[in-house]
Design a protein around this ligand. Sequence first.
Ligand code: G
Ligand code: G
Ligand code: MN
Ligand code: NA
Length: 255
Amino acid sequence: LAMEKALHYALEKDEFYLVYQPQVNDRGYIIGFEALLRWHNKELGQVSPGRFIPVAEEIGLIGELGQWVLDTACHQLKIWQDAGLPPRFKTLAINISPSQFAKDSFVDTIQDVIERTNIDPNLLDLEITEGMLVESITSVAAKMRSLKEKNVHFSIDDFGTGYSSLRYLQHLPLDQLKIDQSFVRDISSDPNSHVIINTIISMASHMNLSVLAEGVEHGEEKDILMRIGCSRFQGYYFSRPVEVDTATALLLNDA
Ligand code: G
Ligand code: G
Ligand code: MN
Ligand code: NA
């Protein structure tokens, strides 16, 4: 209840901020960032999105909050775009909640933020989860196609943990699968995780999808992943999510 109350005022009190976690290629160069929402409240301290996002959904605040994330991330992307992005930088990834995606206005919302911030849409990667498939696959595909026409990219987040069928992979205009960190975590100890990742990579390559491994914490995991053909990584081994000034410095470092 204390959290609900504090959440109501958090936007106007400017308590939210974004951190950026590097995504890297097989040589360790930055190919993108994932924007991750953070909340610091005076009384509650640092509250993780895993805790406050479900509450924000419940009390109907997720729309406004999602809009704030989009505006803030795209505004920052424009600053980096104008400063000159390093040659290997492809996209800034933004997490889209299922309820955000489900709105009829979703396509307009994205087009609107692209126009207002004047970013190159090709630099935008929208992370959606299998949870968005509460709608019919036809309407999900239609929304995505409208944005694909504008060159926006789509990734499936936490791939492999949802309950939906693989059929949607056939029908949705996707660019990338993000292998959930639970599989990566077990890759060196659990032969099943190894097989699952191997299968995802092989399937993705036949479907012309990129694969990014999440939650890479150790060099050993990266080595195994590279051997089975993964060449995009994100995780503490490379970098934790960092504040905007550090992210900017990392980009300059890679230029
Ligand atoms: O950053 P962290 O590992 O604490 O994130 C926990 C969860 O919150 C993850 O599932 C992540 O996808 C989600 N999350 C982080 N930032 C955002 C955001 O801006 N929007 C949405 N919808 N989810 C987010
Ligand atoms: O659900 P989503 O993939 O958006 O959530 C990403 C979350 O995973 C972020 O909150 C981020 O802080 C966290 N994360 C990123 N890299 C690592 C890692 O190497 N290990 C662990 N445990 N968490 C990570
Ligand atoms: Mn994500
Ligand atoms: Na994920």
